[in-house]
Design a binder for this molecule. Structure first.
Ligand code: URA
Length: 258
């Protein structure tokens, strides 16, 4: 251990330990620690990438709202173009109660994109995704896989807050999801992480419960897609953080091996 450890590494270590503590993990298996150190070295390009690739799921058999390749008509050249087209959107009833449209935020070159369900009260107030309590947890989840929030891109299926934070209705998802589709087509991430049922079912076009969608690697137009529990669910149900941690490690490993 060097005399003056890198402050950025210390910050990451702190984020890890906070995340573990919140997940109810208070002791470590030495074998797992050695594995984590090897993974960290490979992320930093100091060694071989881990040889074990996670299990991959069959592509969804169901018909897709999102065709396998990006249609000509949705090939925008920038996120600004998509945002301009969304304009002062009145395409569904969610426009009636919103304060701000929450388009998305983050690095337009991101390798990893998180897709949530729809803005909550704080997001509606600020016009930014995941800035409330669930957002703070999402930030810690990102840091737990040695990434920073400004390295990734974060957006939602619907861009306006559903009243009382209810689940977006089918007509609202139908009106808004072409914009998500266009965002993803511009971003072309390597990995998409769907946070919760709405995002996973919308992108995969299935009705499968989230508990069966998570734990696998799906495909979405050339990207790997990992579905996990929504951070708001984790705030209500902390033991599920263990499974989310498995999903996060899967994401880290996908990014490290490509
Ligand atoms: N929940 C979401 O799904 N998205 C947000 O932006 C905030 C909370």
């Amino acid at each position: 251990m060097p005399d003056h450890p890198d402050p950025a590494l210390l910050e990451q270590l702190k984020a890890h330990l906070e995340y573990y503590a919140e997940s109810g993990i208070d002791r470590f298996d030495p074998k797992a620690v050695r594995g984590a150190l090897r993974l960290a070295a490979s992320v930093r390009g100091e060694g071989k990438s881990p040889s074990r690739r996670p299990q991959q799921s069959e592509p969804s058999a169901q018909a897709s709202l999102f065709a396998e390749s990006v249609p000509e008509s949705v090939r925008d050249s920038s996120l600004e173009e998509v945002r301009d087209d969304l304009g002062d959107c009145q395409r569904c009833k969610l426009c009636q109660d919103r304060t701000h449209i929450v388009f998305g935020a983050g690095n337009p070159q991101a390798r990893l994109v998180f897709v949530g369900e729809g803005p909550g009260a704080e997001e509606d107030r600020q016009g930014l995704p995941f800035v409330g309590r669930a957002g703070q947890l999402l930030t810690r989840m990102i840091e737990a896989i040695q990434m920073r929030r400004d390295e990734v891109y974060i957006c939602n299926v619907v861009k306006c807050r559903p009243p009382g934070n209810r689940t977006p209705q089918e007509d609202e998802v139908t009106a808004c999801s072409p914009f998500l589709e266009r965002q993803l087509a511009v971003l072309q991430p390597e990995v998409i992480c769907c946070l919760g049922l709405t995002a996973a079912q919308t992108l995969l076009q299935v009705r499968t419960p989230i508990g069966r969608l998570r734990g696998k690697i799906h495909s979405f137009r050339g990207a790997r897609l990992v579905a996990t529990y929504h951070p708001a669910y984790l705030l209500r149900n902390p033991p599920a953080k263990r499974e989310v941690w498995e999903d996060l490690k899967r994401i880290r490993s996908l990014l490290s091996s490509s």
